[in-house]
Design a protein. Structure first.
Length: 294
């Protein structure tokens, strides 16, 4: 692996330390350099006004919103440069704003995959956004690029062609259609490719669902990864019907509407415990338990 030109966690004056030395537009969010085989990307809280939302999905995967403040995002300019950076021999460096004009270098990233999501533009109008999923440079993930698309579609299509959804899916089960493809991928990356309960790890079978159902959620909640949970089919079906839920410590709760012997027949023991709940997960589980079939 090539030597990094920046020191992780060090603060840099964006204009003087980065762009005056290496080139690239010092005002943009995605900044390819003409002088060096580098692309600089910048993240920070200020992007929310344009419908941007960036975050670490897990310790090795970072999701980054494409550029474009008005209208649908397209694979042009910076977005195209990011998507094709590996083929073009470019390296991608991620920086985070710490204050105006100053950024902290986080890590080098490599393109993994993309997804579409529904967001707003600068004027508040709904539009189609592009979500990039990057992995830390040099890290090997448990899945391959494109693997998460295999069960999302029932017809072949160009992976970058947008198809508008015809109807709302059950529980907001996310498909690769606009507004849902990126969300489903975020949930799977967040749970590190395993059922949150059983650690079963075949992503073709796992179901990424909303804790607070799609039909009951706000627009923000529908795209909040904390509102997502990755489950194997048996647990997903019971969770969807509110026949099981989980305490904030992760312990399973089982409804008395089903006999203990019936639970045993489908492999549910009552000893299950969900792993790695975030504070946000717990808030949504509070709402799920309010509808629990006791």
């Amino acid at each position: 692996m090539e030597k990094l030109p920046f020191i992780p966690n060090q603060i840099y004056n964006r204009r003087n330390d980065i762009h005056k030395v290496y080139g690239g537009n010092w005002q943009g969010g995605i900044c390819p350099s003409r002088e060096f085989p580098y692309i600089f990307i910048f993240t920070g809280s200020g992007g929310g006004q344009h419908g941007y939302k960036d975050q670490w999905e897990n310790k090795n995967v970072f999701s980054y919103t494409g550029e474009g403040q008005s209208g649908d995002m397209e694979f042009t300019r910076g977005n195209l440069a990011l998507r094709d950076h590996l083929n073009n021999g470019k390296r991608v460096f991620l920086f985070e704003y710490v204050q105006k004009g100053f950024v902290k270098f986080l890590t080098e990233l490599e393109f993994f995959e993309t997804g579409y999501f529904e967001t707003h533009d600068t004027e508040g109008k709904v539009r189609n956004g592009i979500k990039f999923f990057f992995k830390r440079a040099g890290v090997k993930l448990q899945i391959q690029p494109g693997q998460l698309d295999q069960t999302l579609l029932d017809e072949p299509r160009n992976p970058y062609k947008i198809i508008m959804p015809n109807s709302t899916e059950r529980r907001g089960l996310v498909t690769s259609r606009v507004g849902q493809g990126a969300y489903r991928k975020s949930v799977i990356h967040r749970w590190e490719y395993q059922c949150a309960v059983t650690e079963f790890d075949d992503t073709r079978i796992l179901i990424a669902s909303h804790i607070v159902p799609w039909k009951d959620a706000t627009d923000e909640q529908r795209l909040d990864v904390d509102n997502g949970i990755l489950l194997s089919p048996t647990y997903d079906a019971l969770f969807d019907k509110h026949l099981i839920s989980f305490e904030n410590n992760g312990k399973i709760i089982m409804s008395e509407e089903i006999e203990p012997t019936a639970y045993e027949k489908i492999g549910v023991t009552g000893k299950e415990k969900i792993r790695d709940l975030t504070f946000g997960n717990k808030q949504y589980l509070d709402q799920h338990r309010n509808r629990f079939a006791s």
